[in-house]
Design a protein around this ligand. Structure first.
Ligand SMILES: C[S@@+](CC[C@H](N)C(=O)[O-])C[C@H]1O[C@@H](n2cnc3c(N)ncnc32)[C@H](O)[C@@H]1O
Length: 250
């Protein structure tokens, strides 16, 4: 059974990729943070910190975190930005946001981070309304990646940035094979045994199969209108951070 066929079949059972993804994250919201730490050996925190630094929000600016989930990237942005920075975290899965709200309350960050239900492919915000936009491990879950990047371009003000942190395809053959073995075989096993979620932690690696590699993702971002797009490979290329700028209007 190929990954493509099995995923398409799964999406059909729920009426498409978006409702499938929403239900899936709704089911694993309670174990999501723990599984992230375990499956990445704690590296996920470092990856988000790097992404937050690339977003580089200034004092008093507002950022948007798409697919904010349990709010870890929004929190990293606030911790790596100047005073008065505000984050809006959007996600289609209320259960993930609920976990995020509890965490934000524990950390006393309610005044800095606002979480809302919302779709990254149809962002419920006016044009030019945020200073920067980021996403952490969300892009490969989108139904239409180009539409997502177009929407980000619409809501970010001219001169503002987009930062996309996502699992990627490591370029080296040996490391690539090791990563493939870990990501497709061992990680789902952890998810099944510790997270007690077989289907969910099988979907997660397979969602990478048809996701573009880092140079192709850069080309897609440029195609929809992002300027000065660069990417940084982290941890041997397991993860890539793409950074783009919305060109100033002439
Ligand atoms: C892998 S989690 C990432 C959560 C968080 N950003 C992090 O760094 O851990 C992906 C999140 O994207 C959300 N998501 C998927 N498709 C979305 C969409 N179209 N719009 C908004 N959120 C979406 C899911 O509900 C899920 O919470």
């Amino acid at each position: 059974m190929s990954a493509k066929i099995s995923l398409e079949d799964l999406f059909q059972t729920t009426g498409g990729k978006r409702p499938y993804v929403q239900r899936l994250f709704g089911r694993i919201a309670g174990v999501y943070d723990l599984m992230n730490r375990l499956m990445s050996f704690g590296l996920d925190r470092y990856w988000r910190k790097r992404a937050a630094r690339y977003l580089a929000l200034g004092t008093g600016e507002t950022g948007l975190d798409l697919g904010a989930g349990t709010a870890d990237l929004s929190i990293a942005v606030i911790r790596n930005s100047g005073p008065g920075t505000h984050m809006i975290g959007m996600d289609i899965t209320p259960e993930m946001l609920e976990q995020g709200r509890k965490k934000i309350a524990r950390l006393g960050l309610e005044d800095c981070i606002e979480l809302r239900v919302g779709d990254a492919e149809h962002i419920d915000l006016p044009d030019n309304s945020v200073d920067g936009c980021c996403s952490g491990f969300t892009a490969r879950n989108l139904t239409d990646l180009r539409q997502g990047f177009r929407e980000m371009l619409r809501v970010v003000r001219p001169g503002g940035r987009v930062v996309c942190l996502e699992i990627s395809h490591p370029p080296g053959k040996i490391f690539g094979s090791l990563f493939h073995f870990y990501f497709y075989r061992l990680a789902p096993l952890f998810g099944t045994i510790i997270g007690k979620a077989f289907e969910e932690y099988n979907y997660l690696p397979h969602s990478l199969t048809h996701f573009p590699d880092a140079p192709t993702l850069k080309a897609i971002m440029e195609e929809v209108g992002w300027s000065d797009v660069r990417f940084y490979r982290l941890s041997g290329g397991m993860v890539a951070i793409h950074v783009g700028t919305r060109a100033e209007e002439k």
